[in-house]
Design a protein around this ligand. Structure first.
Ligand code: PLP
Length: 395
């Protein structure tokens, strides 16, 4: 018999599994080219050429025992130093290798930092809509996820509510910008206002409230919009970065945490995060890809490809009558469902072989996520279905 907690996790992951099964079923009936799967955030753009060259260079030119061996739990010193230097040059910060811990993607980084920080019953705040896995990650360490209700006007965080919901037990706040599922980038004004609320509440409760910035989509910002670097706005910030989307390497499982010197209990947090990396079973982030990404810190996937998808899909859906805040980043559109029940609406979309994810999976019922990290021509082929779907609802 499996653990009761795992039973709950298995039950709640059934939506995605059901979607996957449904995709397969529809592809068997209609042919894969006639099924429009917008359900997954799996990058469609190829990794930049620099990644391949870097991997070959590491394999051909570096000492195999060093490349493939065990290392410090935090990762290769020279890789961490290069990453720190690169962040400093982009954001005028002053990090060094001691502030960087290499992680198994953003997911690994979040688990390491939550294990580091949480006592049972500690509260972690996040803003709906949010990446559904946060619920599981917080639960892994017996924390309690406190969800702030969505601000559906522009999907910036609802700051009034966060101020009310911070308690003496609030240990961390997780934010994700550019955001999955809305594609919205939190403005500098929002970040400043959130920082001042957190400062005030820390003072009031005499606690440390860590702001965890989950940033797998940092590099995916369009129209020149800036994504504020949060350590500059709030002292107790920890950044979780990932190369999954910026270099299209989600299967390679590589990212890092930035733990600034200025945070409360800096030395303890770094020591505990190292131990957490080990005892969660990661031991260290994968070595070959650590060495490779350090050689292409300025490389990026071709954003024009995602941007073309974004423009086509957004402009077409708006012209059919759908409502959606235009995303400035990531590769998701978050549309208002055309009926109250978002699950029923996603089911209705299947009539046209369109697979999209209900907003309730992100704590925001009444909406649906469309992942546009797909081929442009698939979007073109799917558009008549989106149009007919809108017409079915009288638009
Ligand atoms: N955080 C958010 C908001 C995500 O959307 C994802 C993946 O889609 C992750 C974390 C996990 O990313 P990684 O593949 O780097 O573990």
């Amino acid at each position: 018999m499996i653990s009761e907690k795992m039973m709950e996790f298995v039950k709640s992951s059934s939506v995605i599994r059901a979607m996957f099964e449904e995709g397969k079923r529809l592809a068997d009936i209609h042919g894969a080219e006639n099924v429009y799967d917008f359900s997954l955030g799996n990058p469609s753009v190829e990794p930049p050429q620099e990644v391949k060259e870097a991997l070959l260079q590491v394999i051909n030119e570096e000492n195999p025992n060093l490349v493939h061996g065990y290392m410090n739990n935090s990762g290769f010193e020279d890789v961490r130093e290069s990453i720190a230097t690169s962040i400093n040059s982009k954001f005028e910060t002053s990090f060094n290798s001691g502030n960087i811990i290499m992680t198994v993607g953003a997911a690994g980084g979040l688990n390491v930092i939550l294990k580091t920080l949480l006592n049972p019953g500690d509260e972690v705040i996040t803003f709906a809509p949010f990446f559904g896995e946060y619920r599981n990650y917080v639960s892994n360490y017996d924390g309690k996820l406190v969800v702030i209700s969505p601000n559906t006007v522009d999907f910036q965080p609802n700051l009034e509510e966060v101020e009310e919901k911070i308690t003496a037990k609030t240990k961390a706040v997780i934010i994700n910008t550019p955001n999955n599922p809305t594609g919205v980038i939190y403005s500098e004004a929002t970040i400043k206002a959130l920082a001042s609320i957190l400062e005030k509440k820390q003072g009031e409760y005499k606690t440390s409230i860590y702001l965890i910035s989950d940033e797998p989509y940092r590099e995916l910002a369009y129209d020149g919009v800036e994504v504020p670097y949060l350590t500059k706005y709030y002292r107790n910030t920890i950044v979780g970065y990932s190369y999954s989307k910026s270099l299209s390497l989600p299967g390679e499982r590589i990212g890092y945490l930035v733990i600034p010197n200025e945070i409360d209990s800096f030395k303890d947090v770094v020591a505990a995060a190292n131990v957490a990396t080990r005892i969660l079973g990661f031991v260290n982030a994968p070595s070959l890809i650590q060495r490779a990404v350090a050689k292409c810190l300025d490389a990026k996937v071709d954003l024009d490809i995602y941007n073309r998808n974004r423009e086509l899909l957004y402009n077409s859906l708006i012209s059919y009558g759908y409502q959606c805040v235009k995303p400035q980043g990531a590769f998701y559109l978050f549309i208002k469902a055309l009926e109250e029940d978002d699950k029923a609406f996603c089911n209705a979309a299947k009539k046209y072989n369109i697979l999209i994810v209900p907003g309730s999976s992100f704590g925001c019922p009444g909406y649906c996520r469309i992942a546009y990290c797909v081929n442009y021509d698939m979007i073109e082929r799917a558009l008549p279905g989106f149009k007919k779907l809108a017409e079915d609802y009288g638009l």
